[in-house]
Design a protein around this ligand. Structure first.
Ligand code: KG4
Ligand code: ZN
Length: 338
């Protein structure tokens, strides 16, 4: 009976993205990734907002074209309100407001962290949707959280990082090893060729379900400094084993906390999201968890796990069904909470 088209816009960090959703089905998912930051080994906020400014009109245009619709067919505009970089968020927020205002259709604000989780509810052949309640672990360059999800918009953060995000741990380790940015995929590739027990890095002691990754980065730095002093070729000669050992430590930290979260809540449906969910180590560990602990695990399609606008569009659709619209006074919020 319904025939709803919603445009989703994402601009919280360094990707300018737009997507059109028709009911629960993604018709287009366009993303302009900003290469400029690679030269700096991390996202430069000032450059990010400038690039969003350049990219947003062409990206939205392309999303509509790929979906085969015109903007007059849209029912609502959904946009990322936060959390993220203020200068980046402002570009998407202002654009979404103007477009919704011009078309005289509802504006829908979306929490980026909720969107990473609700991406699991996009209709996609071969991917199952988790039943409520489930646990969601969002792992990326910007986030590390475990969330108890009781309903679409009934979520509780039960654990999060107290310092670096897990993707940052990968990227900063990669920097120490002289790998490119972002280093996660490269470390993952090399890890699969190395011995995970070659070198031992102690796991941080953090109470409860929270995470810490900054100590690991420092431990790796000191270890590499010490070893290269004795053997200047240490990194080259051991790169695969070093990567495997780092990966083993990081995945161990994530899985320990997931095990604890599952035990504490009694929930065995476990969903992951964010760029690090592409990691082979976490995927293997989740599969083992299915056998060892009776978990059912959910990993979304890759294009819906990294920062993208399809996840914003699905939240827009779910909120549209509830007539849960934003006021035109709404402002971007860098530290928006779940
Ligand atoms: O979700 P995402 O594209 O952007 C945000 O940070 O929000 O995640 C990017 C992060 C980077 O830190 C990157 O190094 C990491 O995800 N990453 C990986 C892998 N693929 C991407 N980390 C480990 N293993 C991977 N295969
Ligand atoms: Zn994200």
């Amino acid at each position: 009976s319904q025939n709803i088209y919603i445009l989703g816009i994402e601009s919280s960090c360094d990707d300018t993205a737009a997507s059109v959703i028709h009911n629960g089905n993604i018709l287009s998912n366009v993303i302009a990734s900003q290469k400029i930051h690679e030269e700096y080994g991390g996202v430069v906020p000032e450059l990010a907002s400038r690039a969003h400014q350049q990219n947003i009109v062409p990206v939205v245009d392309q999303a509509l074209k790929k979906a085969g619709i015109t903007k007059s067919q849209l029912h609502a505009i959904a946009f990322t309100r936060g959390p993220g970089l203020m200068g980046s968020l402002l570009v998407g927020t202002s654009f979404a407001k103007s477009l919704a205002f011009g078309l005289n259709i509802p504006l829908i604000d979306v929490n980026h962290m909720q969107a990473h989780i609700l991406a699991h509810f996009i209709n996609e052949a071969g991917y199952k949707k988790p039943p409520f309640p489930f646990l969601a672990m969002t792992i990326s360059g910007g986030h590390t959280q475990i969330v108890k999800v009781s309903d679409y918009f009934d979520m509780e953060v039960i654990g999060e990082t107290i310092d670096d995000a897990v993707g940052e741990a990968y990227d900063k380790s990669g920097k120490i090893l002289g790998l490119g940015y972002p280093a996660g995929p490269e470390i993952d590739k090399r890890a699969q060729l190395g011995n995970p027990k070659a070198f031992k890095f102690t796991k941080p002691k953090v109470d409860g379900l929270n995470f810490s990754f900054s100590g690991l980065k420092t431990a790796i730095l000191y270890f590499i400094q010490k070893e290269t002093k004795a053997n200047p070729n240490f990194i080259e000669e051991n790169i695969n084993d070093i990567c495997a050992s780092i990966q083993y430590t990081i995945i161990g930290i994530l899985i320990d906390k997931l095990k604890l979260a599952s035990k504490q809540t009694g929930i065995k449906h476990i969903a992951i999201g964010g760029g690090v969910s592409a990691n082979s180590g976490i995927r293997d560990a989740l599969k083992k968890g299915e056998q060892k602990f009776g978990w059912t695990t959910y990993v979304p399609k890759f294009e819906f796990t990294t920062d993208n606008a399809a996840m914003i569009a699905i939240v827009g659709y779910l909120k549209y069904l509830e007539s849960d619209y934003a006021s035109f006074n709404v402002t971007a919020s860098a530290r928006l909470k779940i």
